[in-house]
Each structure stands twice: as structure tokens, then as C-alpha cells.
Design a protein around this ligand. Sequence first.
Ligand code: NAD
Length: 436
Amino acid sequence: MKIAVVGTGYVGLVTGTCLAETGNTVTCVDINQEKVDKMQQGQIPIYEPGLEILFHRTIEQGRLKFTTVLAEAIADAKIIFLALPTPPGADGAADLSFVLGAAKDIAKLVKDYKVVVTKSTVPVGTADKVKKVFAENTSIEVDVVSNPEFLREGVAVEDFMKPDRVVVGTSSEKAKKLMEELYNPYVRSGNPIIFMDERSSELTKYAANSFLATKITFMNEVANLCELVGADVDMVRKGIGSDARIGKRFLFPGVGYGGSCFPKDVQALAKSAAEVNYDFSILNSVMAVNEKQKVVIVEKMRKYYKGDLKGKKFALWGLAFKPETDDIREAPALYIIDELLKDGASIVAYDPEATANVRKLKGDTIGYAKDPYEALEGADALIIVTEWPLFRTPDFDRIEKNLKAKVIFDGRNLYDIQKMIDCGYYYNSIGRKVVE
Ligand code: NAD
């Protein structure tokens, strides 16, 4: 099938590449000239495990192309995916200007039947708005479909190639058949393509992300309580996670959720509810708790240093909002950095993939190390923010040699408490006993 993908960010590029991988011919279009130039030269603009090999293969085989010209991208395409940003507007609601603007541009260009698929995360009612844009700007038949994306950055290729489910919201039989044909290769093991109406499909995405953010936040609150009552959150996690109704995943406490999706999607769902006079109160609590949790590690540090962080030097491991990505949008590390700098501390950070993105944002306000051990040189403590695999079994002898004091604040509970006792560290993690 001939496909166009509008927007080549994390979702658009993965979608385009993975659709090309199964034999479709895909043209990706983006307004960012620099990004398109890079991709045309065969350079991949993001870090996403497993993507590069498919990216190069599908380009070489002539099934994946890039352009900045919308007309060129959509001319032959039967299906046009919109993978555009939907950032929060000033009032917290999703800003639909990218999606509706692109829809209008496409409407003015279409010459034959198209299926326009919204992959961006959009509030209930957006499909109706997109349909209206087409109705007002063209007389050509266009079906508008909602097809929210559930991929996780870091495992996006796997998630796209073998999705737990594909959700498609449409009221058109013709569009339904095309979507089924397109997605069948990805659900051969029997996972479902769930067809529904557009509104239910749009809400499904927000409900999924908000549920997951709530699950994380619930565990963060359990962890905070564990610290106050002398319980161990690891034990509680195992104890509740083995109940099949609860499940083992998404129960790890930490420094709050971040990323380009959870924060904005929880906010947008609360806002959508408020617009129809429904107080989705659990979401307001989730947002409030997460704000505090993002800097919980700084509070622990302030307590340890008796409120005086001025002149202290800290090593910070992990900048990305989660492992296996270079994405730093809403990353807890950024909030932690701001708080520590405000208190007069200095920071040297290390991250395997996200350093360049943080450097663009924070410049020389912090230092950047080439490897985790360099960051530790002369530091008063180590702070762990992102659970990259290489931080899990580090060389503790080198840590001890490079740190000025044997102090670790661990926002991801990477190390065994007994090991920290045996090694003689001050070790403060989340929801577990403090080793002093
Ligand atoms: P992104 O910011 O990484 O990428 C968006 C891309 O769109 C950018 O390359 C930008 O240059 C381009 N763009 C902007 N306006 C354009 C236009 N008029 N024409 C062509 N290109 C244009 O965003 P993302 O993370 O890929 O997210 C896209 C959507 O998917 C959002 O709604 C997001 O909520 C949703 N989503 C994201 C994820 C994720 O993990 N990132 C997962 C599921 C859903």
C-alpha cells in the first residue's frame, strides 16, 4: 500500500519505518528541513533501539522516503497518517493546531479518495473536527479514522511490530477494510485489532495513559508511606504484584513519571472532563503527587545536608526520562537539576544517549561527563535518576575511589540494601530503609 506519514518524530518515524518494513511504500513528510535533510542522507535523528537497521534497509530497498513537500508525500498515498504534536495549551487542553492545520493543508491538495488517520493523541471529538475541516475545504471523499498509538519509547519498534492490540475508531466500512489490511501483518499471533467508534477510540488512549500514570503514582505514594512506617516497598510491590488482578508491571516507585506523554495526557484528560463539568478528581491528585515526587530526591538531600547544598558537587546518573531513549521531555532529571542549582550546588551529569539534548537546553549550567565514573570525580554524592542498565551493576570500587564521600541517593532503587550496608555507603532510595 502507498502511505504518507505527516510528522517524523518518535511516533511518525517509527510508524513510517515499520509500515515500510512489511512491504508498504511510505513517504514521510516533516516541516523541519534540517531533520529531513539528515534523513535523506541516511542519518536517523532519534535514538530508538532496533529502528536504525529497519530505517537503512527500507530506504535502501526504496520503500521509505522523506520530503518537506506535503503535496509530494500525499499524491499517491491511499492512507495518510497524522503523527503531529499535540502539546498542552496554556489551559492544559491539547493544542490541536498542528493536527487541524495539517488537515486543512491536506484537504486543499487531495485529488482522490484518502483515509486520513490521526495517530496523534487527541481529545474526544477531534475526529469530528478533522471531518469538518475536510468537509469545508474539499468535495473529494475523505474518511477520517482515529488510530491512537500505544508504542513505548525505548521499545517502540517491538511495540509497533507486535502490538498488544491495535485500536481503530471509524464509522466507515471502506476505511475499516483498508486499516484491517494494513495492520493484519502485525497481529498474526492473534492480538486483536479492536474496531470502535471514533470517540471511544480517542478516549481509549487517554484512559490508558492516565491509568498507567495513576498506577505509578499510587506506588509512589505507597513508597512514601513505607518510609514513614518502616516498611519496604520492594516487598509490598512483590506482595501485591503477584495478585493477577493487580499485575507485576508498572509497580516500581521512583522520582515520578515524565516523558512527552503521561504528563500532558493526564492533564488533557482532566481538562476534557472539566469541559463537560465532570470533576475527574483522581487525576488532579495524580498530577499534584507527581509534582512533589519529581523532586523527592532533592528533599532527601536537603534533609541529609541540613538544608545547605551550597557549594556541594553532585554526580548525576541518567538524564533521559526513562532508559533506552534520548528523549528528555518532562524528564524528572531536569527538575532535579533546577532545584539543585537553585540551592547553589554544582552538577556533573552522565547519560548514555540524552546528553546532547540536555546540553541544548541547559548549556554550561551543568557539567557533562563522558562516562559514569568521570562524573563521580570529587563529587559529594551520586544521584541516580534514570535506570539505564549500565548503572545496575557498576564497579563499586571505582565509585568509592572517585567519590569524595560514600553517599548515594537512588531514585530508582537499583541496589540491594544489604550490599550497600556491606559496602559501607550512606544509601537513600525510594520507599526503603535508609542505610546510614
Ligand atoms: P515529536 O514532537 O517527536 O514529533 C512531531 C514531528 O512533527 C516533528 O518532527 C515536527 O517537526 C513535525 N511537524 C510539526 N508540524 C508539522 C507539519 N505541519 N507538517 C509536518 N510535520 C510537522 O512528537 P511525537 O513524540 O512523535 O508525538 C506525536 C504524537 O503522538 C503526539 O500527539 C503524542 O502525544 C503521540 N504519542 C507519542 C508517543 C511517544 O512515545 N512519543 C506515544 C504515543 C503517542
